[in-house]
Ligand binder design. Sequence first.
Ligand SMILES: [Zn+2]
Ligand SMILES: [Zn+2]
Length: 317
Amino acid sequence: MLDIVLLGSGGSMPMPGRFLSSVLMSYKGRKILIDCGEGTQVAIKKMNAGFKNIDIICLTHLHGDHVFGLPGLISTIRNSERTDKITIIGPEGTGEILRALLSPITYMPFQLEIIDNIHQSIGITKSLQGLQIEEFTQSKSYDLILSVLALQHSSPCLGYSFYIPRKPKFSVEKAEFYNVPKEIWSLLQKGETVLYENKIYEPYMVLGENRRGIKVSFITDTRPIEAIGDFIEDSDLFICEGTYGDDRDIEKAERNMHMTFKEAAMLAQKGNVRQMLLTHFSPSMDRPEKYRQNAENIFGNVIIGYDGYMKTLSFED
Ligand SMILES: [Zn+2]
Ligand SMILES: [Zn+2]
């Protein structure tokens, strides 16, 4: 349903065996990339993932370890005969920085749309041209819903959450109760209102109780601000920066606007997430696994990220 690959698990600079923190998500054959530090192309290649169908790139912020891979990546995609638009989303200032970063690229066979002023959720729909975005409205249904949260870092920074809504179960009892003709059951189940033989039928007439969707949230780089708890609430997977593993590095975390494993775990607990994946490790930390306990003392279901970590999230039965 939603395939997630942690392309890299490092912060600051790429290291041998540890690329920079970036996540590639695949949905129905199309892709969303979150962050693109130096070396992201190699990391994608290593995972045999392919570049051509990346439709949306979300940048958390404009520090080099999150964006310096973009000129190379865009340049490569350009050579893939792609003509479908690519959308890049980021915090304020993204447009200006990207125009400078990408200025050596003179020929662009596809449209590059840059959005750096998001104030509300975005609806994402899969079409023949890939994943398309539009402003979210309650009355429409989408494949994915993207939300953003302003984080607290040394540069304007956004947290992202992706939600795949799941349609409620079909209820034969309700359909029969409302005398809905069988011919239009599937249309109503898709959420359409139908006029049939001079009578209007609404989706609620065939739909049962709501079902849980899939939620993934991505929080890096930041201090652990209050608002994160609500933003990540009930995530199936909470991908979070854990720049420092050692609790004694708390002053460094405060000074550099990052988090320790313990602080990340406190957010996971507060947000009642199912699982936390830690990433964006400081180059000074050669074995993040060593500090696992500092997170697990607070929150039970922790994955210490590593390059190439993969997870598939599906709807529950
Ligand atoms: Zn960073
Ligand atoms: Zn940063």
